[in-house]
Structures are given as structure tokens and as C-alpha cells.
Design a protein around this ligand. Structure first.
Ligand SMILES: *Cc1c(COP(=O)(O)O)cnc(C)c1O
Length: 387
């Protein structure tokens, strides 16, 4: 069998072997398995120590205080806690609104759809055809009724980057809370949240070589007190915001993965930028190819392209040993067609012909060379077979 090539790092990443090794210390009777919120015995204290050290490490890396870090099960949960957590405080104020964009992850859009049913108005900001939020439009839409702005940093389908520094300034000036979905940027961009006007920030470990099932919600703790309504009630862990026994192994794994990834940010950015350029220049002359979003204003880790009149699912199946995807992991008919690509103004034909390729730590130049050759070969083959 041919070697498998993974080019779907935006969907998830493999766990770093060093992370896995570290995680194995927190399961068995010989390890640190205790419940961090049990009583005063050593098993509990040890677990608590490990967890608090991980919290401090993560806080140091993102430039926050340790009290500002809440552990959740996923970015999806963090996003739910951020948006519902704010919205639930305003259920009797029917005029309140939340501003978001058409390009957000489903976790944001579906949570907004849910709170909309509870009476919160949702206002969507249009993005440009390059996939970036227009800051003037954002500022115009903010009113005294706005309780929250939720905008992603890097889009998971096309890799375009929003200017969250400026968005933060706008939100601060207008005294509204800003939530940022940073799931595609954590471990790829350096954050110093101390100096950023971001109130809430969501991310999860499995996008940066940590385990699945663990995420963070950062909650800024300054003069502007952010009051979140908890989604899970129980033992009162995480300042009462997220009850449930903390998953020591997951938390340590996330912390370790973030340390490793963070140390590689610059080196990897350079390497991946080179690979993305190499891939694009190797395939950009294939007849019918087009690029979605922007090459210039996008993350090096994601490229979204299409081949006119070639259905993406056929292309993906034909690429066999190369794992690429339609725009995003899709699990319902509602999202059959990428709404992100739609927001760029693409027609259905172009949307159905688009694919996402995403790179990561284990992507090699050899794999990219192979992928370029394969694209040339497969596009010719499909055209002969179907067109
Ligand atoms: C993957 C992803 C999510 C969801 O993260 P989970 O941890 O899988 O819930 C949310 N937003 C963006 C931008 C993502 O890429």
C-alpha cells in the first residue's frame, strides 16, 4: 500500500509522542490519578499541584493570569460557555444583541442560533470576498444594546486572518465584551493577552498536538467584570463555572503540547510558509484551478482551492492516499455546502469543487512534491473519465 499523507491538520492533529509519554503518568495506582478536588490527602494534593502547574504554564504562554484559565472539554464547550454564559444573563432584556460573522465555526453559529430562540438578537457582519471582517461595518453595528461580539481569529476553512487587535480596540472603545475563537491560531501565533483587548478566548489542545477532549476558556479578569452563567452545575470546580472532576492527564497533555508547539512557532511558520508556497506554485497552472480567500492575508497552515467542474468528493476519493477534505468536517445536511465559501460570494458549483488542504508539524517537502504530482495526474485522469 502507498504511504498515507496527512494534509488535514486543521481538522485535528496527531498527539506529539512526548505529550503522550507525559500523559501516561496520570492514570494508574502508580501514577498521579487522584481527584484534584477531593480532600486533603496526598493523592488529591498531588493532582491539584500538577493541574495548577499546567494552568500556570498555559497562562504564562498566552500572557494571562492563572485565574483567567478555565478548563473545558473542547473549544466547542468553551465557545458555548462564553456565548451562553453571557447571553443567559440577559434573557429578560429582549433588546439585547450579539454580533458575530457568517464565517464563524459551527460551534459559534449554532450557539448563537440557540440563544436567538431565547430572545437574544443575533447580528451578522458581512465579510469581504477575501474572507476578512470589515472593521468599519463592525463598528457601525455596535450599539448600546450589544452585549457581546464573537469573531474568530483564523478561519478554519480558508485560513484568513481577522485583525483581532483592532477588533479588540473597537470593542473596548464601545465597552462591549469580545469573544475570540482562537482554535486555529493557538500554537501557531504568539498571544500576549495582557496587552490585548480580548475578554474571552476559546481554544482546544487537539489542534496543536495535544489530546482530544480538552480545551480552555480564557476569561479576562480586570475592572470590567465578566459574569458568566455556568452551563454545568455540580461540584463547583473552576470557580463554579465548570463543574466536573478535572482531567489531570488531559490538562497536563495540553500544557505540554502548548509548550512544545509554542517553542516551534517561528521555525514552523517559516517552514510551512515555504511548503504552502511550494504547493501553490506547483499546482497553480493546472487548468481550471482557483484559490479561495487570500494567499497574502492568510495563515500558512491552510489553503483552500478548487478545480472548476470537478466535484470535490470525487477529487478527494481519487487522491486516495492523500488526506484532504471538503472545507470543514461536515456532519449534517444543513452544512452540505460550505457557508464560509458562500460568504465569499462563491456559487454552488465552485463551492462543491473546493477543497481544504492544511499542513502541520509532520508535513515534509517530499510529501508536498508528491502531492503536486498527484494533483496533476488526478485532474487529468478525472477530466478524461468524466468530462
Ligand atoms: C476545531 C475548531 C473548533 C472546535 O474545536 P473542538 O475542540 O473540536 O470542539 C472551533 N473553532 C475552530 C475555528 C476550529 O478550528
Amino acid at each position: 500500500m502507498q504511504k498515507l499523507i496527512y494534509l488535514d491538520y486543521a481538522a485535528t492533529t496527531p498527539v506529539d509522542p512526548k505529550v503522550l509519554k507525559e500523559m501516561q503518568n496520570y492514570f494508574t495506582i502508580n501514577g498521579i490519578f487522584g481527584n484534584s478536588s477531593s480532600y486533603l490527602h496526598t493523592f488529591s494534593l498531588k493532582a491539584r499541584n500538577i493541574i495548577e502547574n499546567a494552568r500556570i504554564n498555559i497562562a504564562n504562554i498566552i500572557g494571562s493570569k492563572k485565574e483567567e484559565i478555565i478548563f473545558t472539554s473542547s473549544a466547542t464547550e468553551s465557545i458555548n460557555l462564553a456565548i451562553k454564559g453571557i447571553a443567559f444573563n440577559y434573557l429578560n432584556h429582549k433588546k439585547k444583541n450579539i454580533i458575530t460573522s457568517f464565517m464563524e465555526h459551527k460551534a459559534v453559529l449554532e450557539t448563537c442560533n440557540f440563544v436567538k430562540k431565547l430572545g437574544i438578537k443575533i447580528i451578522y457582519i458581512k465579510n469581504s470576498n477575501k474572507g476578512v471582517i470589515n472593521l468599519n461595518i463592525l463598528e457601525k453595528k455596535i450599539t448600546y444594546q450589544t452585549i457581546l461580539v464573537s469573531i474568530m481569529h483564523i478561519n478554519n476553512e480558508i485560513g484568513t486572518i481577522n485583525d483581532i487587535i483592532k477588533i479588540g480596540e473597537i470593542c473596548k472603545k464601545n465597552n462591549v465584551i469580545l469573544h475570540v475563537d482562537a482554535t486555529q491560531s493557538m500554537g501557531k501565533y504568539s498571544f500576549n493577552l495582557k496587552n490585548m483587548n480580548i475578554d474571552l478566548l476559546s481554544f482546544s489542545a487537539h489542534k496543536f498536538y495535544g489530546p482530544k477532549g480538552i480545551g480552555v476558556l480564557y476569561i479576562k479578569n480586570n475592572k470590567k467584570k465578566i459574569n458568566l452563567f455556568p452551563l454545568l452545575h455540580g461540584g463547583g470546580q473552576e470557580n463554579g463555572l465548570r463543574s466536573g472532576t478535572l482531567a489531570t492527564h488531559q490538562i497536563v497533555g495540553m500544557s505540554k503540547a502548548l509548550s512544545i508547539t509554542n517553542n516551534l512557532i517561528n521555525k514552523e511558520k517559516e517552514r510551512i510558509t515555504f511548503l504552502k508556497k511550494k504547493l501553490w506554485s506547483g499546482i497553480k497552472n493546472i487548468p481550471g484551478i482557483y484559490l479561495n480567500g487570500s494567499l497574502k492575508h492568510s495563515s500558512p497552515y491552510i489553503i483552500n482551492i478548487g478545480f472548476k467542474n470537478i466535484f470535490n468528493k470525487i477529487l478527494i476519493l481519487e487522491m486516495k492516499n492523500i488526506a484532504i477534505s471538503t472545507s470543514s468536517a461536515c456532519n449534517s445536511n444543513k452544512y452540505h455546502l460550505s457557508y464560509v465559501l458562500k460568504s465569499l460570494g462563491l456559487n454552488n458549483n465552485l463551492i462543491q469543487s473546493s477543497i481544504r488542504i492544511s499542513f502541520g508539524r509532520f508535513t515534509t517537502e517530499k510529501e508536498i512534491n508528491y502531492t503536486i504530482k498527484k494533483f496533476h495526474f488526478i485532474i487529468k485522469k478525472i477530466k478524461k473519465k468524466y468530462l
